[in-house]
Structures are given as structure tokens and as C-alpha cells.
Design a protein around this ligand. Sequence first.
Ligand SMILES: CC(C)(COP(=O)(O)OP(=O)(O)OC[C@H]1O[C@@H](n2cnc3c(N)ncnc32)[C@H](O)[C@@H]1OP(=O)(O)O)[C@@H](O)C(=O)NCCC(=O)NCCS
Length: 174
Amino acid sequence: MSDEIEIRRLHPPELRERLDALAAVLHDCVAGGASVSYMAPFSLEDARAAFAGFVAEAEQGRRVILAAFADGRLVGTVQVIVALPPNQPHRGEIAKLLVHRSARRRGIAELLMAGAEMEARAEGKTLLVLDAVTGDDAARLYGRLGWTEVGVVPGFALYPDGRPCDTTYFWKRV
Ligand SMILES: CC(C)(COP(=O)(O)OP(=O)(O)OC[C@H]1O[C@@H](n2cnc3c(N)ncnc32)[C@H](O)[C@@H]1OP(=O)(O)O)[C@@H](O)C(=O)NCCC(=O)NCCS
């Protein structure tokens, strides 16, 4: 199934050319109820504004953005935050692992995470951290991919509809 899937880092100027497609994936995930920083109502324009901020940071070398293409269509994305305080040059943070609902359960997130780890290493990172909604699909995925669970923060964030959710922190050496 993963034969038709392509995972790659987006560089300028392609990053900006793909802005609408990246925003569409974020919009779909929030519409599906994902707790990824944003509250309902969350329009396509809101998603575009959010991703424009990420793209600007990527253009400054502060984060890396990868995309997954299924049959040429951008259906998923993940980010590595590389700009961290001076005493943590070896550490990176994984953020915004997002797969469009129409493309889920094909192993795309797993491939995106492998790509993110590779890009993080290329950036000189040896330790990665991330957090996920406790018990969610993503948290299960991280456990399967060898991430170590640190613990749970109860009521850390909200779902888009305002319900609270717990968060689990993970780390991995890469
Ligand atoms: C979490 C998320 C990124 C997972 O994306 P995905 O591409 O569906 O992930 P995968 O396909 O790699 O794995 C999902 C499941 O499909 C299964 N799967 C993978 N390939 C498969 C295949 N070819 N056939 C059937 N099942 C498959 C995996 O085993 C996994 O099973 P599980 O439910 O037992 O864990 C996606 O659900 C999403 O975008 N959610 C909303 C945003 C979000 O919460 N992001 C995380 C922020 S921390």
C-alpha cells in the first residue's frame, strides 16, 4: 500500500506553494475533532494563517516541515522544531503530525515519523520529545515506534469542542 506514498521535506519556495494543501490537512484534522492547538469554529482561512506561521519559521530554519503525498496529493504532514534554547542544541520537538481523514490507516503517519527522525538527525538532533492526547491513535503509534512514555498530565488541553483531554509526554533517542 505504501508503494504510492512519497514522504519528503518541503524546502522554500515549495513550502509556500504547498501552503493551501498543508492548511487543508490541518483544517480536516480539526474538523475531525483532533486536539492540535485549535478550537472550533476553525475555518480554512484560520488553518492557512496557522500554517503561514509555521512556513515562516521553516524559512528561517527554525522548524522542518515534511509532507506525505499519496498518488501525488498532499495528504499528511509533520514538523520538527529545531530552534530550542542554547543549552539544548541536541534536542528537537515533533509537532503537528497530521494525516487527512481520507488517507488514514495506510501507514502514512508511521512513514512521516520515520522521515521526521531522519531529518532531525540530519539537523544534528539526537533526542526528540513530543506530546499526544492520552490514549489517542497518535499515542498508540508513538508507543509502537519505540518512543518512551514519560507520564500523563491530566486535563492538559481541550478538544476543539471544549472538552478537556489528558496529554502524554514521550521521548526518543535518534
Ligand atoms: C494520528 C494520525 C496522525 C495517524 O495517522 P495514520 O496515517 O492513520 O497512521 P498509521 O496509518 O501509521 O497508523 C494508524 C493505524 O492504522 C494501522 N495501519 C497502518 N497501515 C495499515 C494498512 N495498510 N492497513 C490497515 N491498517 C493499517 C496501524 O497499525 C495503526 O493501527 P492502530 O489503530 O492499531 O494503532 C491521524 O489519525 C491524525 O492525523 N489524527 C488527527 C491529528 C492528530 O491527532 N495528530 C497527532 C498529534 S500528537
